[in-house]
Ligand binder design. Structure first.
Ligand SMILES: C[S@@+](CC[C@H](N)C(=O)[O-])C[C@H]1O[C@@H](n2cnc3c(N)ncnc32)[C@H](O)[C@@H]1O
Length: 281
């Protein structure tokens, strides 16, 4: 593969350490928009339930972004517990602190700058460790997973919730062009759009026991929804990598705007939650 075609070259979520404030606020608003959707809220509640997060626990949220998952963890670990969010972006962490304080959860949440491939915590620091839609954007996700296992206590749980890049649903009359856009977004809008399918095997190889998986398929229908925006960004990625021409892009976007105007939009993406337990040593 040439450098120009490197997977994940156009991911907006990798190398976020140097994000400026304006861009961080834009990305944080996008994460919060996604998180407010009904199916997303239900998925988050369900995967935190499956991870077994309970009051009093200390839980790490790897790649916390705007902290929407960290806040949901904080509500579950109260009283007496701690939700810890880590992210390479100081600008995103500033926004996450604002959201946490505004929600009255600031006292339950620690936020720290760091990289998931080198977690700044001693072994066995947490009861549970989670990464939600992070690892598909990280080169060397296997290193990150090993780090997540290392900082989990024996008997603690490790969970990963990630999207399956090839399973992006976009309602559009041109199925052939849409298929090319989905593949381009999967390959170039993420470092590893296929990681979710490998998660149970990777967690098992790292020595976790009782490894399980559950599928989630958040869907949205509103023109202003996260997935309507993602569809447009995906088309742009496809044009940038040469998967579609600029004329095809213009035609696809015009037809997509018509779908939005008639209220017939439907979008979403398969997500896989894989989790397991660190054996008691
Ligand atoms: C799509 S966002 C998901 C944020 C949050 N987990 C959520 O579900 O709303 C991906 C996040 O991963 C973070 N990230 C990217 N590379 C990372 C790395 N090497 N280590 C830790 N986090 C990373 C980004 O800064 C960003 O906040």
């Amino acid at each position: 593969m040439t450098a120009a075609m490197e997977f994940g070259r156009l991911s907006q979520w990798r190398d976020t350490g140097s994000l400026g404030e304006a861009k961080a606020r834009e990305l944080a608003a996008r994460l919060e928009l996604r998180a407010r959707a009904e199916d997303e809220t239900a998925a988050r509640e369900e995967y935190l339930r499956l991870l077994g997060v309970v009051p009093g626990e200390r839980v790490l949220d790897v790649g916390c972004g705007s902290g929407v998952v960290t806040r949901a963890i904080a509500q579950r670990v109260a009283p007496g517990g701690r939700a810890v969010g880590i992210d390479p972006s100081p600008a995103l962490l500033t926004v996450a602190r604002e959201y946490a304080d505004a929600a009255g959860l600031g006292g339950l949440i620690e936020l720290r700058e760091g990289d998931c491939r080198n977690l700044p915590y001693p072994n066995a620091s947490f009861d549970a460790v989670l990464a939600a839609t992070v690892l598909a954007h990280v080169p060397d996700a296997g290193v990150a997973l090993a780090e997540m296992v290392r900082v989990t206590r024996s008997g603690g749980r490790v969970g990963v919730f990630d999207f399956d890049g090839d399973s992006l649903v976009i309602a559009h009359p041109d199925r052939e062009l849409t298929r090319r856009i989905v593949v381009a977004q999967s390959d170039h809008g993420a470092v590893n759009g296929g990681l979710a399918r490998q998660l149970p095997g990777l967690l098992t190889e790292l020595g976790l026991i009782d490894v399980r998986v559950k599928a989630f398929m958040p869907l949205e229908r509103e023109p202003g929804s996260f997935y309507a925006g993602l569809a447009v960004r995906a088309a742009d990625v496809a044009a940038q990598v040469g998967a579609i021409t600029s004329d095809e892009l213009a035609g696809w976007l015009a037809a997509f705007r018509a779908v939005l105007a008639t209220g017939h939009f439907l979008g979403g993406r398969l997500h896989i939650f894989a989790w397991g337990t660190r054996p008691v040593s």
